[in-house]
Design a protein around this ligand. Structure first.
Ligand code: MLT
Length: 207
């Protein structure tokens, strides 16, 4: 069966895998090096967003910067959730941890709100609350790391996002870094350390 999204899959020896979700204008190759740095040895599943904004790939439509097309976002979230579930069977991987940047972080947040069963956690870099959920998902114990930039104009509701995910039971850590929308070295260090720590906690829960 052909999977719905153009994607890249990089196998790895570890059992925990990463779902890489690029920012506006990126593609399935964009975050591979970042994924390898944060989670060495993890299988990497990296789809390309199916929306075009001019020449740029995105994961959902927007009317203007920061003004999201919510019905489109919700439909694309469902389609991405189906892709992740199908790809998991095809490649033999467990529900991955999402690693999203910007537009990719926003659809990762939407996956947590609407299709949390396809993820085992998330690293959300420069994410905002994409919409107010009608009802809360059950994120009991799911580890989530939110990395925000203190002068990021494109993610105005990162605190609200953290609050909603906590209310849903997620094990949320929110760090606000001295940065804008772009990533800095501290993002990589915090994400790598969080990956290692959340992996040990996961192993304890499973044993
Ligand atoms: C979005 O549209 O998801 C955010 O504004 C970030 C971006 O520009 O991609």
């Amino acid at each position: 069966m052909t999977l719905s999204h153009i994607h890249r899959f990089e196998p790895g020896p570890n059992s925990r895998s990463l779902l890489l979700l690029h920012g506006t204008g990126g593609d399935e190759h964009d975050l591979i090096d970042l994924g390898r740095t944060i989670a060495p040895g993890a299988p990497l599943l990296s789809p390309r967003g199916q929306v075009r904004e001019g020449p740029a790939n995105r994961f959902f439509r927007r009317m203007a910067e920061g003004v999201f097309d919510i019905p489109d976002l919700k439909a694309r979230t469902q389609a991405l959730g189906d892709f992740v579930a199908e790809a998991g069977k095809t490649y033999g991987i467990e529900p991955p941890v999402a690693l999203g940047f910007s537009n990719g972080a926003n659809i990762a947040a939407s996956l947590l709100l609407l299709r949390s069963e396809v993820l085992s956690g998330a690293i959300l870099m420069r994410a905002t609350l994409p919409f107010e959920p009608v009802s809360l998902p059950d994120l009991a114990g799911k580890p989530v790391l939110i990395l925000s930039g203190q002068s990021d104009p494109m993610a105005p509701a990162s605190k609200e996002l953290a609050a909603v995910l906590r209310q849903a039971g997620g094990n949320v850590r929110h760090e606000v870094l001295p940065a804008g929308h772009g990533l800095i070295q501290q993002d990589l260090i915090l994400a790598r350390d969080w990956w290692t720590e959340s992996g040990s906690a996961d192993a304890l829960v499973r044993s």
